[in-house]
Design a protein around this ligand. Structure first.
Ligand SMILES: C[S@@+](CC[C@H](N)C(=O)[O-])C[C@H]1O[C@@H](n2cnc3c(N)ncnc32)[C@H](O)[C@@H]1O
Length: 258
């Protein structure tokens, strides 16, 4: 289970499957509401390194989906899982479940949270991330979740280049998920959100099948507020905040349905 416990003073306190973790949160600008809880932290990222007696890897399952993720201690306080996506997982599962067999493309797919939720709900998923280590971890998570034989294609590739090739091949998708970072790299190809997002969204719109059901776009840039209706003119577009525990602001999601 995941429980958000508190945030403040630019830090967050969370329970990941029984491990109480205190780590940086640049957008936690207010004061802590429950200062006494923070003494329970067994795992602390102090800005440079992890402290405490943490398990090197541990597992986590959430009732948002019948999936299991392996957590690990990463750079900059990352743990291999983004809790602000849990509400989006529930939304994805609700749309995929009655449309079993739908083809979903997960771009910037990282360790596979959304991939596994969609596969568990019955989708055929194509998982694309530029980092080989992230794709390896996602495959481990699939095996842990009993989805080792599910119809998932695992690809290490650049999101835009992959989309261009799929469009040329005529391989279209009924759902596309994209959670791009501000900066990224795939081999020699650099990804820069402020420069490349319009082209990515144009490609996403072209890679949708005539039976498309959804696009889920999440953006962590605090000042981003573009209108997406020009890319998806026939769609219904809902904006929802991305938060941890309903309190810590981490960006926004655009849930696009057709
Ligand atoms: C914010 S994380 C996505 C988190 C994911 N939505 C989740 O919930 O687990 C961004 C991911 O984008 C990947 N990435 C960066 N540049 C990329 C590119 N040009 N093409 C594909 N993936 C890229 C990174 O390796 C990283 O795994």
């Amino acid at each position: 289970m995941y429980h958000f416990l508190d945030c403040g003073d630019r830090r967050r306190l969370e329970n990941f499957g029984g491990v109480i973790c205190d780590r940086p949160a640049p957008t936690a600008t207010g004061a802590r509401r429950a200062p006494e809880l923070w003494r329970q932290a067994t795992l602390i990222y102090d800005g440079e390194k992890w402290r405490g007696a943490p398990p090197p890897v541990w597992q986590f399952a959430d009732d948002a989906a019948p999936t299991r993720l392996q957590l690990y201690l990463g750079a900059r306080g990352q743990v291999g899982f983004f809790p602000e996506q849990i509400a989006n997982w529930r939304w994805l599962a609700e749309i995929v479940a009655p449309n079993a067999g739908m083809k979903v493309l997960n771009l910037f797919a990282h360790t596979g949270g959304a991939t596994l939720v969609c596969a568990a709900a019955g989708a055929a998923v194509c998982h694309v991330d530029a980092a080989g280590a992230a794709v390896k971890q996602a495959r481990r998570n699939a095996a842990l979740s009993g989805l080792g034989d599910a119809p998932i294609r695992w690809l290490v590739d650049d999101a835009c280049q992959f989309l261009r090739r799929e469009i040329k091949r005529g391989n279209f998708y009924d759902g596309i998920i994209l959670d791009p970072p501000a900066f990224g790299r795939c081999g020699k190809t650099l990804w820069k959100l402020s420069r490349d997002l319009p082209e990515l969204l144009r490609l996403v719109a072209r890679a949708l099948s005539p039976a498309a059901k959804l696009v889920l776009f999440t953006c962590h840039a605090p000042d981003w507020s573009d209108d997406l209706s020009a890319y998806f003119p026939a769609a219904k577009i809902a904006t929802t905040p991305l938060t941890a525990g309903g309190r810590l602001p981490l960006g926004q999601a655009r849930r696009i349905t057709f």
